[in-house]
Write a protein that binds this ligand. Structure first.
Ligand code: AMP
Length: 224
């Protein structure tokens, strides 16, 4: 399999998690979702979790050095030597620069950045109905993709909950953070010729299809 180093970029609730999971199933690259990694650290009560919790509860970004360390460790571990899918990282220009520097040290570079674009009103609508499973973080929506049995995960039977940071006032703040700190990455990657933009308002299956086509094309190009 050719090396593919991919980033999924987009506002909270744009469907990065859903698409990341599908990509991982299709292409078997390690998938690093920094939000999931941090939530697991909070649940386990680790030092990182303790440091991150208050930022996450407020809908603020955790400090760059905390999150950069987490990703650098995984890139250095060897498990991502054949490629990776990043979801939720980088979220600031310093994080993007740190990632570039880390890859350069390893003699590697990014293959592509996939921006899943969705407008703010749609995000608020989506996140207010989002439900997540306790066990593995499988994602549902009360209206658009409800579980078969209300409040219970179809995959592992665990209870569904509402993330603290999906409450409407926190969602607004997360969106402000996105526009302020993360959206400059759109230009950052455009300048590097890496940006591929998809309309995240499309049906998730349609978005998956477009991503699959894009990744297959990239694989062919890389394999040449
Ligand atoms: P997510 O599940 O991606 O929406 O992330 C949930 C929360 O985790 C965010 O609101 C931030 O507080 C924190 N977080 C996740 N990834 C990052 C990152 N790359 N930089 C800073 N904070 C992050």
């Amino acid at each position: 399999m050719p090396e593919l180093n991919l980033i999924l970029l987009g506002p909270p609730g744009s469907g990065k998690g859903t698409q990341g999971e599908r990509l991982q199933e299709d292409f078997e690259y390690p998938y690093y979702a920094t939000g999931d990694i941090l939530r697991a650290a909070v649940k386990d009560g680790t030092e990182v979790g303790k440091a991150a919790k208050e930022f996450m509860d407020r809908g603020d970004l955790v400090p760059d050095e905390v999150i950069i360390g987490i990703i650098a460790e995984r890139l250095q571990s060897g498990e991502a030597d054949h490629g990776f899918i990043l979801d939720g990282f980088p979220r600031t220009v310093p994080q993007a620069e740190a990632l570039d520097a880390e890859l350069l040290k390893l003699g590697r570079q990014l293959t592509a950045v996939i921006l899943i674009d969705v407008d703010d009103d749609e995000i608020v609508n989506r996140l207010s109905g989002r439900r997540v499973c306790q066990e593995k973080g499988h994602v549902y929506h009360v209206e658009y993709s409800p579980p078969e049995k209300e409040g219970i995960c179809d995959v592992d039977g665990s209870e569904l909950y509402i993330r603290d940071d999906d409450k409407p006032e926190v969602v607004r703040h997360r969106l402000e953070q996105y526009h302020d700190k993360t959206s400059p990455l759109v230009d950052y990657y455009k300048k590097q010729g890496l940006l591929n933009t998809l309309d995240g308002a499309d049906d998730p299956d349609r978005v998956s299809e477009k991503i699959r086509t894009l990744v297959s094309t990239l694989s062919l190009e890389e394999g040449r």
